[in-house]
Design a protein around this ligand. Structure first.
Ligand code: MD6
Ligand code: FE
Length: 216
């Protein structure tokens, strides 16, 4: 079952069942053991994000005083990012509608009370590919708007196991996370603690194509 929230913005509630969520959580824990979460900082100001991050796959998204970019090495360990979780890779094949495999898997870790401000994902050279998001752990309130920052917004609750595809005419919409629901919120299906991960709260994976395929 899937729901078009807007043209190009497709929500797949419960895409990962409990078994797949458990497998993915274990695969994410293995990535984090090799590529520990880091705290990105804002370009120019150096203000820390409240969300911690890591990456898997050939390229990882990082942010520091010099800007946002993709790079092949962890900013603190200097080692390559680990391979992408297999469950995430399979989800891309099923949902992206894109012929080539993802190049980057950004892992966002939200402790209770953290949020992510309204932003666009536009650091990728290939905007023909969608971004695929997979959610684990605590539910979150996802806000989405339009191509202009001031456009009206709506919100949808992302539950553990939900997939969200942002592509086509929605590829550059503004979006963010307003709220992580905690233990006290008593939502059915909530998993307040992520098994195997060094954090309670929420984990979101976003899979992306970064580079444009070479023109033959
Ligand atoms: C999050 N997601 O769900 C933040 N970006 O934690 C994103 O920023 C996002 O869900 C691009 C495409 C899908 C997303
Ligand atoms: Fe985003």
């Amino acid at each position: 079952m899937s729901v078009a929230l807007a043209p190009g913005l497709i929500h797949h509630p419960g895409f990962l069942d409990a078994e797949a969520r458990g497998t993915l959580a274990g695969q994410v824990a293995a990535v984090l053991a090799e590529a520990p979460p880091f705290t990105p900082t804002m370009p120019r100001t150096g203000k820390p994000f409240s969300v911690r991050m890591s990456n898997a796959g050939p390229l990882g998204w990082v942010s520091d005083r010099s800007g946002y970019r993709y790079q092949s090495l962890h900013p603190e360990t200097g080692r390559p990012w680990p391979p992408m979780p297999a469950v995430a890779f399979t989800a891309w094949a099923a949902l992206s509608g894109y012929p080539d495999p993802p190049e980057a898997c950004l892992i966002n870790l939200y402790a209770p009370g953290t949020r992510m401000g309204l932003h666009q994902d536009r650091d990728e050279a290939d905007l023909a590919a969608p971004v695929l998001s997979l959610s684990l752990g605590a539910p979150a309130l996802f806000r989405y708007g339009g191509l202009r920052r001031g456009d009206p917004t709506r919100s949808v609750r992302l539950m553990p196991g939900d997939a969200l595809v942002i592509g086509g005419p929605a590829r550059l919409i503004h979006h963010g996370i307003d709220r992580i629901f905690s233990d006290g919120d008593l939502l059915s299906g909530a998993e307040a603690v992520l098994p195997g991960l060094p954090l309670s709260g929420r984990c979101n994976l976003t899979l992306r194509r970064v580079t444009c395929a070479a023109v033959a």
